[in-house]
Design a protein around this ligand. Structure first.
Ligand code: NAD
Length: 499
C-alpha cells in the first residue's frame, strides 16, 4: 500500500492544494512506498503566515522554558528511536545501525541547543564612560527557513531546527522530498513536547516551495544543505532578497596516508569512510592519497581484497556493510562516473557496476568500486560522485599530497594518517579545508564545536551548530545608557568619544 504523506503546518497535517506529488521509493525494491505533496506558492505562504503569527509569543517565553521543550523532545525521541531508525533506513537505504547514528548526531545538537539560557547571555561593560554602561542583547530573527538534503533526514533538520527554535525563532523546514517521513515525525514530537503550534512548520516540496521561502520578506534567514550548484544558486538568491544565508554544498574529501601510518588502521578507516552509507555522506572519503610508491602498492593491495569482500545487502539486513543508493537516478549517475573513469584511463581495480542483489534486481544497489592511478585532471577526481567509489591518487611526497586537497575546488573535510606529530601539526595548519581529521577519517565536529566546509563546500560566514549556530539565528542589539539622568553637559556637536 502506498502511504499518503502531508505537510505539517500550524500543528496540523494537510495535503495542501497544489495537487502535485512526488513518489517516495523503497530503495531495496525500487517500488513506490509513499507519495509526498509538493507545496506551491499558496501553501508555502500560508505556512509562513502561520509561523509569523506564532513566533512573537514563542520569543517571549524565557529561554529556560524554551529549553525545557527541547529536553522533553529528547525524551520523546528516546522512546521511539528504533521506529524512527527503521523508517529512516527504509526510505533512505542506509543500514539501521547507520540510521541510529543519523538520529544520534541530530540529538546531540538538540542537547547543545538546550543550553540556550547560557548561550544567549549578552555582554556588559560597566562604566564605559562616566556614568555610561554598555550592554548587548541577542534576540531572534523572526521566521527562518531550513532546506535539507536526503542523506541525513534526521540529523540535518535537527542541526537547523534546534538552535533556531531555542533562540526564539519560528522555523520552516523544507526537507528532501525523497525521504520526508522522519522529518515529519520529528515535527510531531516537537509539538508533543510542548512547542506551540506554528513555531515549527514542515512544508514538503521542491523548487517552487524553496523559491517562495526565499522571495517572501517575512522569512529572515535561510539555512541550506545540499549539492553545490543549488547551494551557490540559493546563496546568491537569498542575498539578493536581503536575507541572511548559510548554504553548505558537496565535497571531495581526501585521506592522506603517510608511509609511517598504521596501514591496517588506514585501510579500516578508508573502508568505513569510503563505503559506509554507500558513500552518500558529505564527509565520505572519496580520494585516498598514499604517499610514495611503496605505501601506495601496499595500500591498494590491502584495499582490493577488503573492498571485494564488502557485504552489500538490504538496508534492514544487520550483516550488510551498506545498503542501496537512494534512487535509480543516483545509481545511474554512479555507474556513469565509473564508465567515465575507465574511459579517461584510470585503473579500475574493483568494478561494482554489475552488482545485483539476488531477489532485489530492481533495487538501487551499486557495488563497491575502487580505482587506482587516478589523476587530478580526471572527471572522477574533480566531481563529487556520492556513491561507493574510492579513487586512489598516488603522491610522490608529502608536499604533493598536501596540495591535492588544498587546491581542490571543494573544501569540506580532509584526513591525515600518520604517527608523526610534526607532520600532523604542519598539515592541520596549512591544509585549505574546513574540517581536518588526524587519524580520524570522518572528522565531523562534536555538537558544541562548529561544522562547515570551505571553498565550493560552503557559502556564508557562519557554520552549523556550536556557537556559530547561535550567532546565525540571532541578531545583536547594543545599548548604551547613561545614569543617573539629569546630568547637564550642554549640547555637543562632535561625535561622542570615551576619551
Ligand atoms: P540537492 O541539492 O539535490 O537537494 C537539497 C535540497 O534542496 C532538497 O530539499 C531539494 O528539494 C532542494 N532543491 C533541489 N534542487 C533545488 C532547486 N533547484 N531549487 C531549490 N531547491 C532545490 O541535494 P541532495 O541530493 O538532497 O543531497 C546530497 C548533496 O548534499 C551532496 O552534494 C552532499 O555532499 C550534500 N551535503 C552536504 C553537506 C554539508 O554539510 N556540506 C551535508 C550533507 C549533504
Amino acid at each position: 500500500m502506498v502511504r499518503e504523506l502531508t505537510h505539517f503546518i500550524g500543528g496540523k497535517h494537510t495535503t495542501g492544494t497544489s495537487g502535485r506529488f512526488s513518489d517516495v521509493y523503497d530503495p531495496n525494491t525500487g517500488s513506490v512506498q509513499a507519495r509526498v505533496p509538493l507545496a506551491g506558492r499558496d501553501e508555502t505562504r500560508a505556512a509562513i503566515a502561520d509561523a509569523a503569527a506564532a513566533q512573537p509569543e514563542w520569543a517571549d517565553w524565557n529561554p529556560q522554558r524554551r529549553a525545557r521543550v527541547l529536553l522533553r523532545f529528547l525524551q520523546l525521541v528516546e522512546g521511539e528511536r528504533d521506529a524512527l531508525a527503521r523508517t529512516l533506513s527504509a526510505e533512505h537505504g542506509k543500514t539501521i545501525a547507520d540510521a541510529h547514528g543519523d538520529i544520534q548526531r541530530g540529538l546531540e545538537v538538540v542537547e547543545f541547543a538546550a543550553g540556550v539560557p547560557h548561550l544567549l547571555k549578552g555582554e556588559f561593560t560597566d562604566n564605559a564612560g562616566t556614568g555610561i554602561d554598555v550592554h548587548s542583547l541577542r534576540g531572534p530573527l523572526g521566521v527562518v527557513a531550513g532546506i535539507t538534503p536526503f542523506n541525513f533526514p534526521a540529523m540535518i533538520p535537527l542541526w537547523k531546527a534546534a538552535p533556531a527554535l531555542a533562540c526564539g525563532n519560528a522555523f520552516i523546514l523544507k526537507p528532501s522530498e525523497r525521504d520526508p517521513s522522519v522529518p515529519l515525525r520529528l515535527a510531531e514530537l516537537f509539538l508533543e513536547a510542548g512547542l506551540p503550534p506554528g513555531v515549527l512548520n514542515v512544508v514538503n516540496g521542491a523548487e517552487e516551495a524553496v523559491d517562495t521561502l526565499i522571495e517572501d520578506p517575512r522569512v529572515q534567514a535561510l539555512g541550506f544543505v545540499g549539492s553545490t550548484p543549488v547551494a551557490a544558486h540559493l546563496y546568491a538568491a537569498a542575498a539578493a532578497h536581503g536575507k541572511r544565508a548559510q548554504c553548505f554544498g558537496g565535497a571531495k574529501n581526501h585521506m592522506i596516508v603517510m608511509p609511517d601510518a598504521d596501514l591496517d588502521q588506514a585501510v579500516d578507516a578508508l573502508l568505513g569512510a569510503g563505503y559506509g552509507s554507500a558513500g552518500e555522506r558529505c564527509m565520505a572519503i572519496s580520494v585516498a592519497v598514499p604517499v610514495g610508491e611503496e605505501t601506495a602498492d601496499a595500500l591498494v593491495a590491502a584495499l582490493t581484497e577488503r573492498v571485494r569482500a564488502l557485504r552489500i545487502g538490504r538496508s534492514d539486513d544487520p550483516d550488510a556493510d551498506f545498503g542501496p543508493l537512494v534512487s535509480r537516478d543516483a545509481l545511474e549517475r554512479v555507474r556513469g562516473h565509473v564508465d567515465t573513469g575507465v574511459a579517461e584511463g584510470a585503473e579500475l581495480v574493483v568494478d561494482g557496476r554489475d552488482f545485483s542483489l539476488a531477489g532485489h534486481e530492481n533495487g538501487f544497489f551499486a557495488g563497491a568500486s575502487l580505482f587506482d592511478r587516478v589523476t587530478p585532471s580526471m572527471t572522477l577526481y574533480r566531481e563529487e560522485i556520492f556513491g561507493p567509489v574510492l579513487s586512489v591518487v598516488r603522491a610522490r611526497d608529502y608536499e604533493e599530497a598536501l596540495h591535492l586537497p588544498s587546491e581542490h575546488p571543494y573544501g569540506n573535510g580532509v584526513a591525515l594518517f600518520t604517527r608523526d606529530g610534526d607532520t600532523a601539526r604542519d598539515f592541520t595548519r596549512r591544509v585549505n579545508t574546513g574540517m581536518v581529521g588526524v587519524n580520524v577519517p570522518i572528522p565531523v565536529p562534536v555538537a558544541y564545536h562548529t561544522f562547515g566546509g570551505w571553498k565550493r563546500s560552503g557559502f556564508g560566514d557562519l557554520n552549523q551548530h556550536g556557537p556559530d549556530s547561535i550567532r546565525f539565528y540571532t541578531r545583536t542589539k547594543t545599548v548604551t545608557s547613561r545614569w543617573p539622568s539629569g546630568v547637564k553637559e550642554g549640547a555637543s556637536f562632535t561625535i561622542p568619544t570615551m576619551g
